[in-house]
Write a protein that binds this ligand. Structure first.
Ligand SMILES: C[S@@+](CC[C@H](N)C(=O)[O-])C[C@H]1O[C@@H](n2cnc3c(N)ncnc32)[C@H](O)[C@@H]1O
Length: 205
């Protein structure tokens, strides 16, 4: 299984932003939506062997939210950033009055979260890895692995509390190359590394 956890620090947790201003008022929802779209969509298929958790921590609990996307169950995810952002925004809007998880659309579950606890739990999954510019070489780390549980930050690097959780779990730090990439580009590069080792499984588009 290929698992991603995206740390979204600035997206308004209640979905109170317009699709016309994803980068500004949306707190870089443009990049979060691109990362989600990139994680699951292929040219004419969906990656069914992929899951993504997005932790929205712009406000603390009880307002903080988590969206979990499951590739094998996803419907209505198109390759474009705007419609993906709309799917995620609708999930946030639907969730904010609720104190429990709800499936906002097929394969998209949303609910309240303790962001640091969620990060810690994610790091218990198989082959955890923290993607960071100053990590070790990807090829060496990926050798012999069939999947991963990768933490990637949004355009803001992990904050001190998140770094403490990551360091506390002793998670491997891996670099994808010498340049600082966008979040969505990191998703692409990691998929590609594992595609070249084992192509994975596609589902219907
Ligand atoms: C846009 S970068 C964050 C800001 C960036 N550190 C800067 O100084 O502009 C978003 C995230 O992508 C990941 N990332 C970016 N480039 C990377 C690389 N070369 N190797 C591994 N992870 C990378 C890290 O998780 C990083 O926090």
């Amino acid at each position: 299984m290929r698992r991603f956890l995206i740390l979204a620090h600035r997206v308004p947790v209640g979905g109170a932003f317009t699709l016309n201003d994803l980068a500004g008022g949306g707190g870089r929802m443009d990049e979060i939506a691109r990362a989600a779209s990139t994680a699951f969509t292929l040219s004419n298929a969906l990656r069914v062997d992929t899951e993504m958790t997005i932790v929205f921590s712009a406000e603390p609990p009880p307002r903080a939210r988590r969206i979990h996307l499951t590739g094998s169950r996803l419907r209505y995810l198109n390759p474009d950033e705007r419609s993906t952002a709309a799917l995620l925004k609708n999930a946030l809007v639907r969730s904010i009055p609720l104190d429990r998880d709800v499936e906002a659309s097929p394969g998209i579950v949303v609910g309240p979260v303790d962001p640091l606890a969620a990060l810690g739990r994610f790091l218990e999954a198989p082959e955890p890895v923290w993607l960071t510019e100053d990590g070790g070489p990807l090829g060496l780390w990926a050798e012999g692995k069939e999947g991963f549980s990768a933490v990637i930050s949004d355009p803001i690097d992990p904050n001190a509390e998140e770094v403490a959780v990551l360091r506390g779990h002793g998670v491997a730090r891996v670099s994808l190359g010498p340049r600082s990439l966008r979040t969505s580009q990191c998703v692409d590069v990691l998929h590609n590394e594992f595609d070249r080792r084992a192509p994975g499984t596609d589902g219907p588009a």
